[in-house]
Design a protein. Structure first.
Length: 456
């Protein structure tokens, strides 16, 4: 069960079916444009959507808003250093700020970064620095149905081939994303991290973590990895940070705060150059774009998030959501991780070809049937589209992500998702596809407009 009880509540809206239909038409079938007032269960993202603890709220009252050297910074610094061991820690307002500060300092145009999978903002910041972001995901990740325990791993053989090959001199860093958000939130094993670290040592390449979900990765290691089972998640997380030369970290995830992040580094020269850019663009080095109270809440979130009772309950919630989906005959990416459950929309809606966006179709159906907001991860997000928004090259899978905000929804909220999926699955062949009517050139999933395609 959840290791907490509810002290503060927020009512959730229950728009009628008619209101939902009107809302979806008004926003041209783009769920990002809905008002929060029109959403009953919001599973769009687990980023910055968690619930604060009483202790975090109390700490926010003792936040120190001094411009420089705030007591809050020192508490934040101690908490991050205890966890990561990095001597240089720079606060930032969110993960992508750490990426921008680090990559525009570390990278030279024409270089390559290698990752198990770059998250989309990580890739964008590598590309903005004039470099190539290359993903080398392990082969097991391609099979959505197989319950391999560590489908987030990097392909070590491919990594070594690249580090030893003709492009070796261009490789500027290896960045391991834990858990692997771009690959259905699957975890990375300690064995994989250790082997990648050894290759980086052998070929003299910096080894970094994208640590947004470091605690969830540590939990899954402590549950699944031979030789690690039963370890304290916090010890596993500490060891992962110790393996790396530094990290970028969005704390809107496993920091359990609404805003925050940090950049951690071992190299003093690189850290000094990053600090200059931080001061110029984010804020002075002891606040980095955050309020003192944010730093205090983050310091506590970093302790609460590695509690085994919290992580265990979160795993149970994800497992339960996967169970209700399977019971409704909707396949999920196996095995479910912690931050989200990924529905296989392509399999549920075989009557919809990729150009009619089955993932987007299921996301719209979830909203119409149950007021549930989710995120498409299929051809709309990952496929190749032409300027009119026609799918030129489909994504390998058509998925819908049901992300789980931390400490926010109860099992009965998740049961509502299950009942909604049952109703959709019973009449799956009647779910219409969609086509894009207006396609912005960049970040299209946020702003594209759609219309339903009804069968002739
Ligand atoms: C969310 C996320 C980021 C970006 O962080 P923001 O706080 O949203 O800027 C980077 N990497 C991963 C793996 C993420 O999940």
């Amino acid at each position: 069960m959840e290791p907490y009880r509810i002290k503060v509540i927020e009512p959730i809206p229950f728009p009628s079916r008619e209101e939902r239909e009107r809302a979806l038409t008004r926003v041209h079938y783009n769920l990002f444009d809905l008002h929060a007032d029109e959403v009953t269960i919001d599973l769009l993202t687990d980023s910055g959507t968690g619930a604060l603890s009483a202790a975090q709220l109390a700490a926010s009252m003792t936040g120190d808003e001094s411009y420089a050297g705030a007591r809050s910074f020192h508490r934040f610094h101690a908490a991050v250093q205890d966890l990561t061991s990095y001597p240089h820690i720079l606060p930032v307002h969110q993960g992508r700020a750490a990426e921008r500060v680090l990559f525009s300092t570390l990278l030279e145009p024409g270089q390559i970064t290698i990752s198990n999978t770059h998250f989309d903002t990580t890739r964008a910041n590598v590309e903005l620095a004039g470099c190539e972001a290359r993903d080398l995901i392990c082969r097991e990740a391609a099979d959505l149905d197989q319950a391999h325990p560590f489908k987030g791993n990097i392909d070590l053989a491919a990594l070594e081939r690249t580090l030893a090959g003709p492009e070796a001199a261009k490789v500027a860093a290896v960045i391991m994303t834990i858990t692997n958000n771009g690959a259905a939130g699957q975890p990375v094993s300690m064995a994989n991290l250790t082997a990648a670290r050894q290759l980086c040592d052998q070929y003299d390449v910096p080894f970094l973590l994208d640590a947004a979900r470091f605690a969830e990765n540590a939990w899954l290691v402590s549950q699944r990895e031979p030789g690690q089972v039963g370890r304290e998640p916090r010890d596993v997380a500490k060891e992962a940070f110790r393996l790396a030369d530094g990290c970028v970290a969005s704390m809107k995830k496993d920091g359990i705060v609404h805003m925050g992040g940090f950049l951690g580094l071992r190299d003093p020269d690189l850290a000094a150059r990053c600090e200059m850019l931080l001061i110029a663009t984010e804020g002075f080095s002891t606040y980095g774009g955050l309020a003192g109270r944010d730093l205090d809440m983050l310091a506590l979130g970093l302790t609460e998030v590695t509690e085994p009772s919290y992580l265990g309950a979160r795993a149970e919630a994800a497992a339960h959501l996967a169970d209700v989906a399977r019971a409704a005959d909707v396949a999920v990416v196996e095995p479910p991780g912690l931050h989200a459950v990924y529905l296989n929309a392509g399999r549920l809606l075989p009557h919809l070809p990729a150009e009619h966006l089955p993932g987007h179709a299921l996301a719209c159906a979830l909203y119409l049937e149950g007021g549930i907001r989710s995120a498409e991860l299929g051809s709309l997000y990952l496929g190749e589209l032409d300027e009119q928004g026609n799918v030129v090259k489909p994504a390998p899978y058509e998925l819908v992500r049901l992300a789980l905000p931390r400490r926010v929804y109860t099992m009965s909220h998740l049961d509502h998702v299950g009942r909604t999926l049952e109703r959709i699955a019973r009449q799956a062949d009647r779910v219409p596809g969609y086509r894009i009517t207006d396609c912005p050139p960049l970040l299209r999933h946020f702003k594209a407009r759609f219309e339903p395609v009804h069968a002739a």
